[in-house]
Design a protein around this ligand. Structure first.
Ligand code: SF4
Ligand code: MG
Length: 318
């Protein structure tokens, strides 16, 4: 649960000596086959760090990641290679996963070859099929990443992830760098592919409206912790954690007749280096009590319903 710095946390620590810090703790999540789990929270809450733990770019020093019942962190050799193939990541910036000196066709062929997905003689056909899958023209194979628009490049990134026939895709803010007009197309591509291929998807975003559109279940993160997790519609309809309530209230309403308080979450996100004691949300919480400053609320199904980490969470009202 404490591990080397992620990029956003490194930003927070700029100018300080590098050291390990507790970036995640009390994170308990699961994703089922063919399901989308949305992970939301402000930037710096640990979403990307969580994603990198799931694909083993970071090794947490305690806790567990299980895949099909097996502890992933203990895997070695062929089992480890297999896990790396079956759990793929799609990044906000597809450049992160694309070699700028390889044509798209060569990049996809490389992925197919490394993991021996098809016979060498079938590589060309498979590259074409992957481009079809993400709705890019087949002649895209001869072009280089910089020749594409942001949206097209993200399609290439998705094709690259799909090349190795994964079961799970971890998508970290996959559309937040794209023009709004292009975002919906790429989001719909994810939904289409999930449906066609039966993928499990972990969709990480700070965009509440997007997460409501794409996810079956939801996890809300705050300062490295999951503070609420449950069925997406149930959580949106009757959020139980004050932080979730504030996030949802801050989403602009599309319907002008429906009044929104539009109250953004007040105050600043505290430094992840020195998180507040007790409930980490207490400095910003409108209903905090004295005990919130000293007692850490556990993430549990208090009063029935879905898990929430708040001393004052009542019974779910749905
Ligand atoms: Fe607010 Fe206390 Fe609940 Fe934390 S535990 S969210 S401070 S009421
Ligand atoms: Mg991030």
């Amino acid at each position: 649960k404490a591990f080397p710095l992620g990029r956003s946390l490194a930003d927070a620590l700029r100018g300080r000596p590098q050291r390990a810090l507790q970036a995640l703790g009390g994170v308990s999540l699961s994703v089922n086959r063919g399901e989308t789990l949305g992970v939301v929270g402000e930037s710096g809450c640990g979403k990307s760090t969580l994603a990198r733990c799931l694909v083993r770019l970071y090794e947490p020093d305690c806790g567990a990641v299980r895949f099909e019942g097996k502890d992933v962190l203990g895997l070695t050799g062929e089992a480890r290679r297999s896990y790396h193939r079956r759990v793929q990541m799609v990044f906000q910036d597809p450049y992160a996963s694309l070699n700028p000196r390889l044509s798209v066709g060569d990049a996809l062929a490389e992925a197919l070859t490394v993991h021996r997905i098809v016979e060498p003689s079938a590589t060309r056909d498979r590259v074409g099929a992957l481009l079809d899958l993400v709705h890019l023209p087949r002649d895209a194979a001869d072009r280089y990443p910089h020749e594409f628009s942001g949206g097209q490049r993200q399609r290439v990134g998705i094709a690259r992830a799909l090349a190795v026939e994964p079961s799970v895709i971890i998508a970290d803010e996959p559309v937040s760098a794209l023009d709004v007009s292009v975002q919906a197309q790429v989001v719909n591509l994810f939904l289409e592919l999930q449906d066609r291929l039966g993928l499990s998807l972990v969709f990480i975003t700070h965009d509440l409206r997007l997460v409501r559109h794409v996810s079956h279940r939801l996890a809300v993160m705050y300062l490295g912790k999951v503070v609420e997790t449950g069925d997406t519609e149930a959580v949106f309809t009757a959020p139980r954690h004050p932080y979730t309530r504030a996030l949802i209230a801050a989403v602009p309403q599309v319907d002008p007749h429906q009044r929104s308080t539009r109250e953004a979450v007040r105050g600043e996100l505290p430094s992840p280096i020195a998180p507040p004691p007790g409930c980490p949300f207490h400095p910003r919480c409108p209903i905090a009590e004295p005990r919130c400053r000293t007692e850490v609320p556990a993430l549990d199904r208090r009063h029935g319903g879905w898990p929430v980490a708040c001393h004052l969470a009542g019974a779910p009202s749905t």
